[in-house]
Design a protein around this ligand. Structure first.
Ligand SMILES: Cc1ncc(C[n+]2csc(CCOP(=O)(O)OP(=O)(O)O)c2C)c(N)n1
Ligand SMILES: [Mg+2]
Length: 332
């Protein structure tokens, strides 16, 4: 693929089977309901620390992550619930981690921003903006060194583009031709700052050009557009052709974190994006284009609701980490 090739949000019919379509829907719905539940538990004081919701951006995780193979790795930022769930972390382990319980993915010692499980190649969410980029490059270098065919999918926010380590990571990945996909989730804001006011490059996907890294832009509100684009990207990188840069345009429907009163965006803009809700629009696609029965989707919705309700109960009933855990799992 050429540099800066744009993939549109084309809606051509039958790009997935019914079963595949329902699975993509299930993943998005699971993320949405998980996060709505975590917001409500946060308001009740049962989840503490920071909580950044991915609501509105689910089509990215659902479109991209299931295309990875078992041996592949993900590194990501603190808005990581969707990535972990799409990679197969159980809602129980993720919710218990948010609650700080011993049954969580990191025994309750990581919390919302640090969902990690090496067994599924989910190598972590990181709170330092851009921190996951050199880690992704390191994993990709290790893959090259070992001569295996694992690839790395590293997510970053638009805010990470202005970090020095973004450019260092891109440079090393290009020079060493590493098997890594830099996936920029451009949700138009880094906290309260509009990308257009803080980043000099207008078409973000073109930032890859001087590094000789091929890139594309995709509609991040359209799960099939993400999936179609990523299928080729994953193949390209796995075949040993070096890194790729993807920019997905999306929007977070809530504030930056639960602590954000969200007063810097105008209502018309928010409304515009909410009209493009990736779950509502894909549900319509399933019904209208793939002929899925509404009742089947309703049943799936109920299944997901029950699963997340059970995850909250599991987290609530799980023990706090034992004091003896305070000094375990530390590398010095
Ligand atoms: C190195 C560093 N600088 C500043 C911060 C504070 N901070 C946390 S999130 C954030 C905004 C990042 O925005 P973006 O990368 O667009 O991701 P989004 O939250 O939009 O998903 C900032 C500046 C940080 N965590 N790390
Ligand atoms: Mg952003």
């Amino acid at each position: 693929m050429a540099n800066g090739k744009k993939a549109g949000s084309q809606k051509t019919a039958a790009r997935v089977t019914k079963a595949e379509g329902l699975e993509l829907y299930r993943i998005m719905k699971q993320i949405r309901v998980f996060e709505e539940a975590s917001a409500s538990q946060y308001m009740r004081g049962r989840i503490r620390g920071f909580l950044h919701l991915y609501i509105g951006e689910e089509a990215i995780a659902a479109g991209a992550i299931p295309l990875l193979a078992k041996q592949d790795y993900i590194t990501t930022h603190y808005r990581d619930h969707g990535h972990a769930l799409a990679r197969g972390m159980s809602p129980n382990a993720a919710m218990a981690e948010l609650f700080g319980r011993a049954t969580g993915s990191s025994k309750g010692k990581g919390g919302s921003m640090h969902l990690i499980d090496a067994n599924i190649g989910m190598m972590g969410g990181y709170a330092i903006v851009g921190g996951q980029l050199p880690l992704g490059v390191g994993l990709a270098l290790a893959n090259n060194y070992k001569g295996n065919d694992s690839i790395v999918l590293t997510f970053l926010g638009d805010g990470a583009l202005s970090e020095g380590e973004f450019h260092e990571a891109m440079n090393l990945a290009a020079i060493w031709k590493l098997p890594i996909i830099f996936f920029c989730e451009n949700n138009l804001y880094g906290m309260g700052a509009p990308v257009s006011e803080v980043f000099a490059v207008k078409d973000i996907y073109k930032i890859a050009e001087p590094y000789g890294i091929p890139s594309l832009q995709v509609d991040g509100m359209d799960v099939l557009a993400v999936r179609d684009a990523m299928r080729d990207v994953v193949r390209h990188v796995r075949q040993g052709n070096g890194p790729y840069f993807v920019e997905a345009l999306a929007y977070r429907f809530r504030g930056h974190s639960m602590a954000d009163p969200n007063e810097y965006r105008n209502k018309a803009e928010e409304e515009f994006w909410k009209q493009r809700d990736p779950i509502t629009s894909f549900r319509a696609y399933l019904v209208n284009e793939l002929g899925v029965a509404e009742a089947d989707i309703d049943a799936l919705d109920q299944e997901v609701d029950a699963e997340i309700e059970a995850a909250v109960k599991f987290a609530e009933e799980s023990p706090e980490p034992d004091l003896s855990e305070l000094h375990t799992d530390i590398t010095a």
